[in-house]
Write a protein that binds this ligand. Structure first.
Ligand code: ZN
Length: 138
């Protein structure tokens, strides 16, 4: 297995609670009290109904792999030593999809199946921040 990627991140102010939670190895999601739905990425209005009546809730950390890409080359200097690595689009149990990294698997198409059950884990970003990633469940 290759080195775990150390992504470059640029948090927005709307995501401060998400990043604070990640530093404690917790996955938090914004939740709209108006239409009772979770959403991601964090923003100041609900993307479904436009409500600003939002709160943050702790996510289960469970997800299913929706799609993935195995990167054999990268133009991002901080990630060069981690190739090949896997980026993924996962469907969280709460509903939203999240772009993330898939770790704990061989970066080979035979080892990765869409629909596979995943659980959150946490990796270190290039700037030392903690960032959620996903690994096979169990
Ligand atoms: Zn809403």
């Amino acid at each position: 297995m290759t080195q775990t990627p150390r992504p470059v991140v640029s948090p927005s102010p709307d995501a401060a609670i998400f990043w604070d939670a990640a530093s404690r190895q917790e996955l938090m999601l914004p939740f709209c009290r108006g239409c009772r739905c979770h959403f991601f990425y964090p923003r100041s209005v609900c993307p479904s109904c436009g409500s600003r009546d939002l709160e943050w809730v702790r996510a289960s950390g469970h997800a299913e792999l929706y799609s993935f890409c195995i990167h054999h080359h990268t133009g991002i200097r901080e990630l060069r030593e981690a190739v090949p690595f896997v980026t993924a689009l996962v469907t969280l149990r709460e509903g939203p999809r999240m772009m993330t990294y898939l770790v704990g698997v061989k970066p080979e198409p035979q080892a990765i199946q869409c629909g596979m059950p995943l659980e959150v884990t946490f990796i270190e970003a290039a700037d030392g921040r903690t960032i959620p990633a996903f690994k096979p469940r169990g």
